[in-house]
Design a protein. Structure first.
Length: 116
């Protein structure tokens, strides 16, 4: 069973919005210390986009501050990434991540394409 499953990717025009969802199986999010979203664009390394700790503290990459927001619904075992004012440079495969030390769990990714 895949522990993390992303959804919500797709094609959007510049300036548009998308919301990504990451559904966790079992109690991963309840026991993990941090959950987050990473992305990997073609030819580039995977980078952290946003993270949220068990206590609710959030952290964002400078490139998405003020445009993206990470949130969590513990009752639904789901983490969200609200993406606004999307730019072509936001095009990437977005991966959900959860850390349960010493294990890192990853989803398979969802593609976000920002293009006119």
């Amino acid at each position: 069973q895949v522990p993390l499953v992303e959804s919500g990717g797709g094609l959007v025009q510049p300036g548009g919005s998308l919301t990504l969802s990451c559904a966790a199986s079992g109690s991963i999010f309840r026991i993990s210390s941090v959950q987050g979203w990473y992305r990997q664009a073609p030819g580039k390394e995977r980078e952290l986009v946003a993270a949220i700790t068990r206590g609710g503290s959030t952290n964002y990459a400078d490139s998405v501050k003020g445009r993206f927001a990470i949130s969590r619904d513990s009752a639904k075992n789901t983490v969200y990434l609200q993406m606004n004012s999307l730019k072509p440079e936001d095009t990437a495969v977005y991966y959900c991540h959860a850390q349960v030390a010493p294990t890192n769990y990853w989803g398979k990714g969802t593609l976000v394409t920002v293009s006119s």
